[in-house]
Design a binder for this molecule. Structure first.
Ligand code: GLY
Length: 370
């Protein structure tokens, strides 16, 4: 049974324990209606100088998708899958889920999925989230033994009234909702962990894995946006540590009116600054995707006292099709798939890894000099 409060429909449990409901105020028709009303209101407000008018621009441009963007080179395989899903008529939400799932299944990947490096207790714990055009979100954190945390995150979004489940509760819910636990033992990973135990030296090293986390943001041909983010987190982290990847606003943020952003690197920095949300808000204020990512990186560097040797990489799609990325240290790149094909693009950066000056290395964007 649905209970309506204002414009929202809240989800309430059915007899079989699942939840049903939807947000009435954000279905596509309503979104389009609000979008055109918002545009009219903006024009009216600008011409009449209405003091009560909203200060910010409600929408940006029209989509020029399809477009898929992912962090690091492992994003190429993920983008291929996402593109195939879009070409076959799948939704952009299907695309970002199935895209990153390819990397989750790759047991040679040491920063995503069950092949990832373990925590300091030798356990692989996974974090993921997903968000759609209307801002609906699902997330899962600190889960073990499930191959596709991103799919659990989507199921949480679609079948429960909640956004995030963690740990044993998330595992229990997943097992009860059609996900099958899987045990993976990788001798090479175990051996590396045993070696690490000899010193237990916990220092993130810039780009050492060179593919930390996969974050994906995508837009379909109609301009609808979605994003996903999934990771095994930092190698040898404290058992129970959760990074930015499952935190909506930190590792991922999607606003269907403006754009989408995702993050990679030392998650604590993105959580402390709501980094992906910051990028989207900066794009709302008129920054290009590259400018927004750069300003968000610079804000992290200003706000957090010691970020030396900590990588941060942000990438974003703006609703008009502009896209870009920026990082703290040199070496962050993004996989791009658009109508012209698939490629890697190097992102701009603030510092070379060994103490160089901030630089620009993004041939697709406007250079910004310090
Ligand atoms: N960015 C991934 C993590 O910090 O866990």
């Amino acid at each position: 049974m649905e209970r309506v409060v204002g414009e929202e429909v809240f989800m309430v449990p059915a007899k079989d324990g699942r939840y049903f409901g939807t947000r009435m105020s954000h279905d596509r028709r309503q979104f389009l209606k609000l979008g055109s009303l918002g545009a009219v209101a903006l024009v009216t407000a600008c011409s009449s100088g209405d003091a009560d008018a909203p200060a910010e621009q409600p929408t940006i441009g029209a989509g020029k998708g399809p477009l898929v963007l992912s962090t690091w080179r492992h994003g190429m395989a993920a983008n291929d899958k996402a593109w195939t899903v879009l070409q076959a008529g799948g939704s952009v939400l299907d695309a970002v889920e199935q895209g990153v799932a390819v990397v989750e299944s790759d047991l040679t990947n040491r920063s995503v999925g069950l092949g990832g490096n373990p925590d300091r207790d030798g356990r692989v714990t996974l974090d993921a989230c997903i968000q759609d055009h209307e801002g609906r979100a699902g997330a899962v954190a600190f889960v073990q033994r499930f191959e596709h945390p991103v799919s659990i995150a989507r199921a949480i979004m679609e079948r429960t009234p909640h956004v995030m489940l963690v740990g044993a509760g998330a595992e229990q819910w997943a097992a009860q909702n059609g996900f099958t636990p899987r045990d993976v033992e990788i001798p090479e990973v175990r051996q590396a962990w045993l070696e690490w135990l000899k010193t237990s030296d916990y220092k993130p090293i810039v780009n050492v894995e060179n593919h930390d986390t996969i974050g994906m943001v995508a837009m379909d041909a109609q301009g609808r946006l979605a994003g996903s983010c999934t990771t095994s987190g930092m190698a040898y982290k404290i058992h129970g540590r959760v990074g930015d990847s499952p935190i909506i606003g930190a590792g991922l943020f999607v606003d269907g009116e403006v754009g989408a952003a995702t993050a990679t690197g030392v998650g604590e920095l993105m959580i402390r600054t709501a980094a992906s949300h910051t990028v989207v808000e900066l794009m709302r204020q008129g920054r290009t995707a590259t400018e927004a990512c750069r300003e968000a990186v610079q804000r992290i560097l200003r706000k957090v006292p010691d970020t030396s040797n900590m990588q941060v990489g942000l990438l974003a799609i703006r609703k008009d099709g502009d896209h870009g990325g920026w990082s703290h240290y040199k070496g962050f790149d993004r996989a791009v798939y658009d109508k012209t094909g698939a490629r890697m693009e190097i992102c701009g950066f603030e510092r070379a890894a060994h103490g160089g000056r901030a630089g620009f290395a993004d041939p697709t964007s406007t250079p910004v000099h310090l």
